[in-house]
Ligand binder design. Sequence first.
Ligand code: D6A
Length: 330
Amino acid sequence: PDEDSADAEPQLGDEEWTVPVSIGTPPQGFKLDLDTGSSDLWVFSTLLSKEEVNGQSLYDPNKSTTAAKMTGYTWDCHYGDGSFSSGYIYQDTVTIGGVTVAKQPVEVAKTVAPQFTQDTALDGLVGLGFWTINTAEPKKQKTFFENAAPNLEKGLFTADLKHEAPGSYNFGWIDENAHASNITYADVDSSDGYWMWTSPGYAVGDAKGINKTAIRGITDTGTTLLLLPDDVVDTYYGQVDGATWAEEWSGYVFDCNTTVPDFSFAVDNGTAKVTVPGEYLNYAENGDGTCYGGIQSDYGVGFSIFGDIAIKSAFVVFDQQNLKLGWASK
Ligand SMILES: O[C@H]1CN[C@@H](c2nc(-c3ccc(C(F)(F)F)cc3)no2)C1
């Protein structure tokens, strides 16, 4: 049933993917960034000062007959890049990809960081992590998906992001035409509120075997790059001619004309693997003839992050009902 499908438009050079979301009655339309690495649904609102708004669509709860203020509730988000947003909470009807949740806690922004003001591509975020890291006070609130799941055929959603092309998120069903290989599942440890799993190993280029080293990380649609342990990163760039760690760019860079090898990570016992094409791993031009790598260190995060560069290389199943993460080639 393709009605439970949301087209994800790539923004800012595959830096984030937004989907159309309706909130309220009559419906107010927004472009929200689906983020499996957080668990708050928040939107730019009429509560913001005009200095903090730069063309974004503003949710106005006073114009929605189904909005109900959650008196005494607040929220306060901080993101990996240091950005932040906070405000008050209303319940209202939310529809994404044909799936409607009545009385979804909608966090309305009263304050947003300058990075959000400048990012004219999005009007807010939809957290698709677990409720245990929702920031609502005095009581944490469930995500849009946690509220929708009981009424869906399957308690899962899928991400099919594409390189410099629209992708799609499906809620409650697996599009068998969207993936080429069988889906291999890994166990999810949701105890930190993330889609946390462990890859048993990796390979660089067309190497046949895998380096058996566990890579424990989260699958995060809201992070652009592929952030991995230092030993893996060093091994990878050891096979990229002329690659160096550049202080000025705080990461590995190489000459833009360099041919960059693929990177594969194993799933389950290593029988299956996801291959990230070298093309995706030459992420951005620095402007001085060097290019910034799509693989960088996860130093300081405490776990690895399989961000969009990995996710767009596969068809990914976020199975909340069985706490599994499925990967398939496409
Ligand atoms: O926090 C972790 C959870 N998932 C990652 C994430 N980060 C953002 C984000 C989006 C847009 C912006 C801004 F517009 F540039 F401000 C900032 C951060 N969305 O998901 C990192």
